[in-house]
Design a protein around this ligand. Structure first.
Ligand SMILES: [Zn+2]
Length: 185
């Protein structure tokens, strides 16, 4: 009988709930130990909400409160994304863990649709450099301008945002296609 679930158990129970954020147990900013959710008071490993922007501020929020949209009324926004009035953009803005970025980096929109955040990328996530470049979202920069980033990518898959280097590539997916944006410390 498990009387005292470990942190790993708390995480595994709760990690399946975010449509647009694949691996919150690895890539979302979490509290290092169980803490009382600032919204409902439940004691568990929560999302660290210290960096969430908004009129109000809270320390942390549990999986259930975040997923169920408790931040909408509090006017706290873990993510920035172009607001096209869709349910998807609302879900990403208020009901999804924050991207583990260095700067305030907007969630991309791909041809009017919202991709899912997969991970902080390594070379393992791409077939080769050309594949990497083909997946770049050309917005303010061209592929030529970001070619050098390939050489900075870690060789091995990252197991946590804590493994990220000062230059991070954020990998997204939509309809089985990869896309990425980047930022730096
Ligand atoms: Zn809560």
């Amino acid at each position: 009988m498990l009387l005292f679930p470990s942190i790993a158990d708390y995480r595994s129970i709760n990690v399946m709930e975010f449509k647009y954020f694949k691996n919150p147990d690895k890539f979302a900013f979490l509290t290092s130990e169980p803490e009382a959710c600032s919204v409902c008071g439940k004691l568990e490993v929560c999302f660290d909400a210290g960096g969430y922007s908004g009129i109000n501020s809270i320390d942390c929020i549990c999986f259930e409160c975040l997923a169920s949209g408790k931040l909408i009324d509090l006017d706290i926004e873990p993510n920035m994304i172009f607001d096209d009035g869709s349910e998807a953009s609302k879900t990403i803005t208020y009901k999804t863990p924050a991207l583990p970025t260095w700067q305030e980096t907007a969630w991309p929109t791909i041809k009017g649709r919202q991709p899912t955040f997969e991970c902080i990328a390594s070379k393992q996530d791409f077939l080769n450099k050309q594949d990497f470049l083909d997946c770049f979202i050309e917005d303010n920069q061209t592929r030529e301008e970001v070619e050098w980033i390939w050489d900075t990518l870690p060789d091995k898959k990252l197991s946590s945002y804590e493994d990220a280097s000062d230059i991070s590539v954020y990998l997204f997916s939509l309809d089985n296609k990869k896309y990425w944006v980047w930022d730096a410390n």
